[in-house]
Ligand binder design. Structure first.
Ligand code: SAM
Length: 221
């Protein structure tokens, strides 16, 4: 079982996705658990402030250390083994191998991860000292850590055995073997606007179909 505790100011942005499709099924089957910590509850002063202006000047606001450390430490107080993930453009680029590594920690045993979702112009650099994994989603800038959190969770949870329908699904799909991209797939109708399905897939010859699929798998660019 894998558990994700998400520290965010925007729980409402995450909840609908986690209650849908495979994520919901994973929870229903007892293979995953999601919970939220509202960072605002750890905010400072009467306005429960969580951000402030950057030293040295510049645009925007940064998330302050105190609320973030206090929120993370409130989870650690209940589970000292919990690991902390921060989405950041400065992190290691997230890929299938990293998703597999995390999924393995929640396969046949219990694993617990916090994902802290920064927002605004980012976070005080000292927050990195309490994070175990720094993860980039790629070379573009998002508004906050919420979308990265969903991508990390989705890509990990679907790899926990029992979450997907067919046990082979995750083992043979794109990136399961490094840079492979899955072979082309077709469903009905056979002929759609003159585009037909390769006849080999209708042949019933499993050996030839396997060969065709191997030949038509690609390497990622
Ligand atoms: N000022 C920051 C910079 O120039 O790198 C961008 C801050 S961004 C608006 C707010 C937060 O969104 C980031 O601190 C990070 O947590 C998250 N974020 C944005 N893009 C990301 C990416 N490509 N990968 C991971 N997290 C990202």
């Amino acid at each position: 079982m894998i558990k994700f505790t998400i520290i965010t100011l925007f729980q409402e942005a995450l909840e609908p996705y986690l209650k849908t499709s495979m994520m919901w099924k994973a929870v229903d089957k007892g293979l995953a658990e999601f919970d939220f910590v509202n960072l605002r509850e750890f905010g400072l002063g009467p306005h429960r402030s969580v951000d402030d202006t950057p030293y040295g000047g510049g645009d925007g606001m940064l998330m302050r250390c105190e609320p973030v450390f206090n929120a993370i430490e409130s989870v650690k107080a209940k589970d000292p083994d919990v690991k902390v993930i921060i989405p950041t453009p400065a992190g290691e680029t997230w890929d299938q191998k990293m998703a597999q590594k995390l999924a393995e920690t929640g396969t046949d045993k219990n694993a617990h991860y916090i994902i802290f979702c920064p927002h605004y112009e980012g976070y005080d650099e000292r927050i990195l000292s309490i994070c175990d994994y720094k993860v980039s989603l790629g070379k573009y800038v998002l508004t906050g850590g919420e979308l990265p959190a969903l991508i990390i969770i989705d890509s990990v949870v679907r790899l926990i055995p029992g979450v997907l329908g067919g046990e082979q699904s995750a083992a043979i799909e794109s990136f399961s073997d490094g840079d492979n991209i899955e072979y082309p797939q077709y469903t009905k109708p056979y002929d759609f606007r003159g585009m037909t399905v390769p006849d080999i897939l209708l042949s019933g010859n499993h050996g030839e179909i396997k060969k065709w699929r191997e030949e038509h798998s690609k390497k990622a660019k």
